[in-house]
Ligand binder design. Sequence first.
Ligand SMILES: C[S@@+](CC[C@H](N)C(=O)[O-])C[C@H]1O[C@@H](n2cnc3c(N)ncnc32)[C@H](O)[C@@H]1O
Length: 272
Amino acid sequence: MNENIKLICPVCGNKLNALEKSLVCKKNHSFDIARQGYINLLPVQNKHSLNPGDTKAMLLARREFLDSGKYSAICRDVADAVNRYKITKTPVLADIGCGEGYYTVRLAELCNAFCAGIDISKDGVRAACSRSRDILWLVSTASRLPFEDESVDVVTAMFSLLMPEEYSRVLKKGGCVTEVTVGSRHLYELKEIIYDEVFEQDKHPAPVSGSLKEVECTEHSYKISLDNSRLKALLLMTPHFWRIRRERREMLENTRNLELTVHYWVRVLCKK
Ligand SMILES: C[S@@+](CC[C@H](N)C(=O)[O-])C[C@H]1O[C@@H](n2cnc3c(N)ncnc32)[C@H](O)[C@@H]1O
């Protein structure tokens, strides 16, 4: 296990040490390293449902879509932002809400980072293990991260959650959070098919207070063209899937090709 990543027990907060095929704290709370390589650090009391997070079908769709490379520009934009602000050449990077690991693996490479991928979905983390064994994959909640105070250089949140206080706790002084959030025109053409009316809400990331200070917030937009199978995969990985009416779904199932807008914000928040 990578000794640059300092883990703490999710039950008592004491340091976790590697012992054969498990991690153990001084109070003898023990967590097995699963056969696939991940560690489940989500105690039942922090679990609010049986299988929290994305379903297996959503994860498969996410993998199929992301592997097409249509969102690789997002990853490069985030890596560029991380590299502009990182405080060391080889940072410890925690990717929160890593899902099936597409971005985590690429960020590790592009940022020359020691990476941990964290997600509340065990299925997501299991899928992520098959992408790389060089990442520390953890089942955990973003609201109580299993890292020592001030032990992480970079936190990334790719279309995931922002928990400013918790991210600030684990970040070293001068460390940064880089988050990606969707813009108001993101997948607009898909929403036009799904809904009778599409409201363009202002999706500029909400201001944060506390010890994280916004140092950069940039808007990005480009077009992608999707064939029928990628379109279906994209739909399944978004929350629109649960809202679409049958006749609209049929319409999409018969759409051969669709040009879509990808619109997102990349924001960097640094710890004072
Ligand atoms: C929209 S997905 C983004 C996944 C990945 N970052 C990507 O862009 O492909 C949000 C992810 O956050 C995870 N998630 C939701 N609540 C969480 C929590 N409290 N702690 C950690 N992860 C959480 C979900 O399981 C899901 O994988």
